[in-house]
Design a protein around this ligand. Structure first.
Ligand code: NIG
Ligand code: FE
Length: 472
């Protein structure tokens, strides 16, 4: 209700000064489309249980993309290019759930519902972003410049930059401030269509700071209007004071932090950065096994720059996902093709690093691997959580088809966070987290329009969370 009042108030405001002097045609080109039309439809109707929940009817939907009547299985191989859709549709919501949808010709009478005439807009299920480092103290734009000057990721790390730089800043920042910063970022992500998010620790790297990060994530879970999953990534980088004593840091993670994290219920998954200069295969195996003992499945960083055997080890440990995978050999792809462990690709990271390694996504899909796309939002290698751009890059650089990219970023993202029962597709009974775009000429128009703001409204838990405002 508040949202709707706000929308009306916003429309009544005078035009922003900068636009006053422009020609009409110019103004139209930067103005958003008309707001969703709300139709007054008489007294409120009770839902099927007689509850006074507000039922909402969306009409004249151009196309519902990624729709299903039953929960779809993971889409592997050629299946990944299948994205079921329904054109010219309606959709009915009850409370925070999708009740039903169908062709406009079957649309129920509108009386008693709150009706949104979507005027031909398209609907997508929210993006399910299964890999992020959203909680951090400060951006790292200095390293961006170092890279322009030619320094490599490892050189920057060796100069005290990279993850260790983020850890120093996070250790010094009070918990409330960290939380406030993360909330701002999260709110921005909601407008970009993200409707479920995984967040990692790993910029603490001390007993206190790792717990601080995880408590911030716990507070975000309680506050955010979307599901959030927490991952313990204490094994993100070796703090310099443990340089001569790696075993002591491993003990800190496994003997001290893990029991405390389990006791306070601070994590859903465990992670380790298995990479040269970070954590070895043996250390990664120990971390995964220790996590398992505490009921935390693994979602690990591996094969970003080197192939070290982590994929086979993760599959053997029953990991939920292996993430990055810029460097992959044939055996690893074959193994992923037969595994339940998901293959999560993060194309914005090598793009931002201007790294030459690109996941051989076509071969990976052909192998039958269950491919996920996620943002890797973090201050060092991807200072953006814009999932629509992740999809664009997956198409442009990894040669994934638009249908494949949307499947990987929605349905498979939900699977990668064990949220598939709730999210990932438009389905009766699913949580009503979805976004509306301007009327698209075709699905390809979404990834094709890279960097554009095609999202015009966001529904979370069945409520209009945000709507783009028209400028004139
Ligand atoms: O996923 N690869 C390791 N971790 C992050 C980067 C973290 C950082 O540079 O701060 C990643 O890309
Ligand atoms: Fe990451």
């Amino acid at each position: 209700m508040a949202q709707r009042c706000a929308a009306v108030a916003q429309r009544a405001r005078p035009k922003p000064a900068g636009l006053q002097g422009r020609a009409n045609s110019e103004r139209r080109s930067i103005a958003a489309a008309a707001p969703l039309k709300r139709v007054a439809a008489g007294p409120k109707r009770n839902n099927i249980n007689g509850n006074k929940n507000e039922m909402q009817l969306l009409t004249n939907i151009g196309c519902i993309w990624q729709q299903a009547q039953e929960l779809p299985a993971l889409r592997r191989g050629a299946e990944l290019a299948k994205l079921p859709y329904l054109r010219d549709a309606y959709m009915l919501l009850d409370g925070d759930r999708i009740v039903e949808f169908g062709p406009m010709s079957d649309c129920p009478a509108t009386a008693g519902y709150t009706v949104y005439d979507t005027q031909g807009r398209d609907i997508f299920p929210s993006f399910c972003d299964s890999h992020s480092h959203l909680v951090f103290a400060a951006p790292r734009q200095e390293e961006f410049v170092y890279r322009i000057q030619g320094l490599s990721y490892h050189e920057i790390a060796a100069k005290g930059g990279g993850i260790l730089n983020s850890a120093k800043r996070l250790q010094a920042m009070p918990e409330e401030q960290l939380l406030a910063e993360a909330k701002k970022r999260l709110l921005a992500l909601l407008r970009l269509g993200t409707g479920a998010l995984e967040i990692k620790s790993g910029y603490g790297l001390t007993y206190e700071a790792e717990l601080k990060m995880l408590r911030v994530i716990k507070a975000l879970k309680a506050w955010a209007p979307i599901p959030i999953k927490a991952t313990f990534l204490g094994a993100h980088a070796l703090p310099p004071e443990y340089k001569e004593n790696r075993a002591a840091y491993m003990d800190l993670l496994i003997e001290q932090l893990l029991p405390k994290i389990a006791e306070e219920g601070l994590a859903d998954y465990i992670d380790v950065f298995c990479e040269k200069g970070f954590f070895s295969l043996e250390e990664a195996q120990r971390i995964m096994e220790a996590g398992k003992a505490y009921g935390l499945p693994a979602k690990i960083h591996c094969n970003q720059f080197n192939s070290m055997g982590a994929i086979e080890a993760a599959i053997a440990a029953g990991a939920r996902s292996v993430d990055h995978l810029e460097v992959l050999n044939a055996e690893e792809m074959k193994a992923l093709g037969q595994a339940d462990t998901l293959a999560c690709l993060l194309p914005t990271a090598p793009f931002f690093l201007n790294d030459e390694h690109r996941t051989p996504a076509r071969k990976l899909i052909e192998s039958g691997a269950a491919v996920v796309l996620a943002s890797d939002y973090n201050p060092g290698t991807t200072p953006s959580g814009r999932m629509a751009f992740v999809c664009s890059l997956a198409c442009i650089q990894l040669r994934m088809l638009p249908e494949e990219a949307i499947n990987a970023a929605s349905l498979h993202g939900a699977y990668a966070m064990d949220l598939e029962q709730e999210l990932g597709c438009i389905r009766p009974g699913a949580k009503a987290n979805f976004f509306l775009t301007e009327a698209l000429p075709s699905l390809a128009y979404l990834p094709y329009s890279f960097g554009s703001d095609l999202i015009e409204a966001v529904f979370l838990n069945g409520k209009l969370h945000w709507e783009k405002q028209a400028l004139d």
